[in-house]
Design a binder for this molecule. Structure first.
Ligand code: FAD
Length: 256
């Protein structure tokens, strides 16, 4: 079974929006999106159980290679990084166009995503990619099994559990409750560099201008502003009576 895992390289520290570009400032250090490590782990477990291969797929700047390499160090077999200046500024639609084209070229049986990206928190890209690939999608998967050409995902809801089955090929977004990701071993880290890693441009994927980058994006950030200042605030210093003062404060406003 061939499993593709989509991983995003996200800024490690700041979530600052650059007022000039109206985009997230991605100039600092980056790291693999923590949610995606669970998808890598689940793919590796499936491979260990059933055989096959795991390919990591990412779209991002050249620095995204670090995140790709982390997934390879964990145990993935190969990687495909789509990096191209023309992809900068891609919104959800444009990102989905690129990843779907890359995944089509890999033809995996299963595509695994993390539940959300820690920088933009869209938690929706997997649905857009599945739509383009014309494949079923199961999200928030907290338990995963494969049998008889079908994948079964269990997910927790407000009212209990949903168990959803879909024919393979399929797309899955795993929840961060699904597993405890392994740490890359020293051998894994050393071996990651020598694993097959392809870096491709948009044209190598057969994508033309207009489907990605700003040109292919359907959303435009019109303006940015700071959150409005808070109304009157009361600061309570704890001299031993803070709890009573807080209760008093809430009671005055009929909140308790
Ligand atoms: C106008 C506009 C401009 C933007 N410009 C940029 C930009 O220049 N650069 C940029 O990075 N983002 C940009 N974004 C954000 C971009 O739209 C999102 O990164 C993208 O839509 C994915 O959504 P998300 O990050 O919320 O992912 P989610 O939907 O939260 O991610 C779900 C899962 O999808 C996978 N995933 C997400 N992104 C990638 C990726 N790139 N490669 C592989 N797997 C992935 C991961 O498995 C992740 O866990 C822009 C958004 C807007 C609205």
């Amino acid at each position: 079974m061939k499993i593709a895992v989509c991983v995003k390289h996200v800024p490690e520290q700041s979530k600052r929006i650059d007022p000039a570009t109206k985009r997230l400032d991605r100039s600092g250090e980056g790291a693999i999106n923590p949610f995606d490590v669970h998808a890598v782990e689940e793919a590796l477990k499936l491979k260990e159980d059933r055989g096959g291969e795991v390919v990591v797929v990412s779209m991002g700047p050249a620095g995204a290679q670090d995140s790709v390499r982390k997934a390879l160090a964990m145990g993935a077999d190969s990687a495909l990084l789509i990096t191209d200046e023309a992809a900068a500024g891609s919104d959800l639609v444009a990102t989905a166009n690129v990843l779907a084209a890359a995944l089509e070229s890999e033809a995996p049986d299963l595509v695994l995503f993390g539940q959300q990206a820690g920088d933009s928190d869209g938690a929706v890209l997997w649905a857009a990619v599945a739509d383009r690939l014309h494949r079923p999608v199961i999200s928030q998967v907290a338990n995963l099994s494969v049998a008889d050409g079908k994948v079964r995902g269990k997910r927790q809801t407000e009212f209990g559990y949903d168990v959803i089955e879909a024919p393979i090929p399929a797309v899955l977004a795993v929840s961060d409750a699904i597993n405890e990701p392994r740490y890359p071993s020293l051998k894994g880290i050393m071996g990651a560099r020598s694993k097959p890693q392809r870096t491709v441009s948009l044209s190598e994927l057969g994508l033309e201008g207009g489907v990605t980058g700003e040109a292919g994006s359907k959303t435009v950030v019109q303006a940015l502003s700071d959150p409005p200042p808070r109304g009157d605030t009361v600061k309570i210093e704890d001299d031993g009576s803070a709890a009573e003062k807080i209760v008093e404060f809430l009671a005055e406003r009929k909140l308790v």
